[in-house]
Design a protein around this ligand. Structure first.
Ligand code: ATP
Ligand code: MG
Length: 330
């Protein structure tokens, strides 16, 4: 069975974009692939978080992904720092990763510009750590967005290089896996900008209380209203309809669409309905997030079981790697 791996950045809470764009697809992938989902806490060290930051965000993220339906029985869900095998592979890969190519990575250049006082070696070797995350399970597919494509190319390059150097086919070349092809939907922001995103600061979070969701939706940017029958919707209005299409029934969507077409649509009504339907769609998830977040024992046992499964897979790869490189296998 093909292996799918996805790293989860432990920054902030999950928003509707993360959910409908990625996590719903992860939940489906569990049925058809051998999936590994890990919380990339080592990666977060490049920006020097506090110990409390690290603890809390791993816990939050784990609660949220479980609440969304990642299933520890079907997938391997683990915290990166629970799997030390990854670091050993990272070391080996770093021996064949060259300064020039690492310095040319766009995300490195961007981060170095953004944090000129903290251009650390971890930042430079971020692509090797990412390659180690992927190659340690000999993954075939990795769901990534545009911003990770270059890192994926690096992972393929490192896999190829290792295979060539030792005349082996130990590592499959990991392929990018399009989430759009898995039913992932791009969720727009409600502030008139392109997408909903943490950096954009325009998110509706899964853990937002209903009152907060209502406020955020009521503040959505609109225009003066429909001007002509059956006209095309401007972007800000289309954004509301895109969300409506995701969370509401077809009847509701059609009702407001007709109102748009015959120029009787009142945005306030649409927003009220949209807010209620977002609340309804996310209600069970919100409840489950609270349950998981409040159950430290359960989270710990899930993380422990995930780490055991992940280490088993990682150790099997590492054993081959060590043998291939020439280290004695005990
Ligand atoms: P940042 O602003 O820091 O990049 P983000 O809000 O874009 O954060 P990520 O952590 O980059 O979130 O993304 C996690 C996953 O969610 C990725 O697979 C990404 O493609 C997906 N995703 C993020 N925002 C959206 C969105 N608005 N619509 C659909 N998918 C999204
Ligand atoms: Mg992003």
């Amino acid at each position: 069975m093909e292996i799918v791996l996805s790293g989860i950045r432990p920054t902030g809470n999950l928003h509707l974009g993360n959910y409908y764009g990625a996590v719903t697809s992860f939940v489906k992938l569990q049925e058809a692939y051998k999936c590994f989902f890990f919380i990339a806490d080592w990666h977060s060290l490049t920006t020097h978080p506090t110990p409390e930051n690290i603890q809390n965000s791993a816990r939050t993220i784990l609660s949220e992904y479980l609440a969304c339906g990642l299933d520890p029985e079907k997938s391997t869900i683990y915290v990166q720092s629970d799997v030390p095998e990854v670091i050993e592979l990272y070391l080996y890969l770093n021996m064949n990763a060259y300064l020039g190519e690492l310095e040319r990575v766009t995300s490195f250049k961007e981060k170095a510009r953004k944090q000129p006082d903290n251009v650390n070696a971890g930042l430079l070797t971020y692509p090797t750590l990412m390659a180690a995350d992927i190659l340690i399970h000999r993954s075939h597919k990795v769901p990534v967005g545009k911003d990770q494509e270059q890192n994926m190319e690096m992972a393929r390059k490192f896999a190829r290089r290792f295979n060539m150097m030792y005349n082996t086919d130990l590592f499959p070349e990991p392929q990018n896996f399009s989430l759009a092809g898995q039913g992932g939907i791009k969720i727009p922001g409600l502030d008139g900008s392109g997408k909903m995103g943490k950096s954009e600061g325009n998110c509706i979070y899964l853990c937002d209380e209903p009152s907060v969701i209502r406020k955020k939706v009521m503040k959505a940017v609109t225009d003066a209203g429909p001007q002509a029958m059956n006209s095309e919707k401007p972007e800000v209005i289309q954004n509301l309809f895109t969300l409506l299409d995701v969370v509401s029934t077809k009847d509701t969507y059609d009702y407001f669409n007709e109102k748009w077409n015959d120029c009787t649509l009142r945005y306030g009504d649409l927003k009220k309905q949209l807010a209620e339907d977002i609340i309804k769609a996310t209600d069970p998830i919100r409840e489950r997030i609270k349950e998981y977040a409040g159950n430290t024992d359960l989270l710990q046992s899930i993380a422990k079981a995930g780490a055991e499964k992940a280490r088993e897979s990682a150790a099997a790869t590492l054993k081959e790697v060590r043998k291939t490189i020439g280290f004695k296998v005990y």
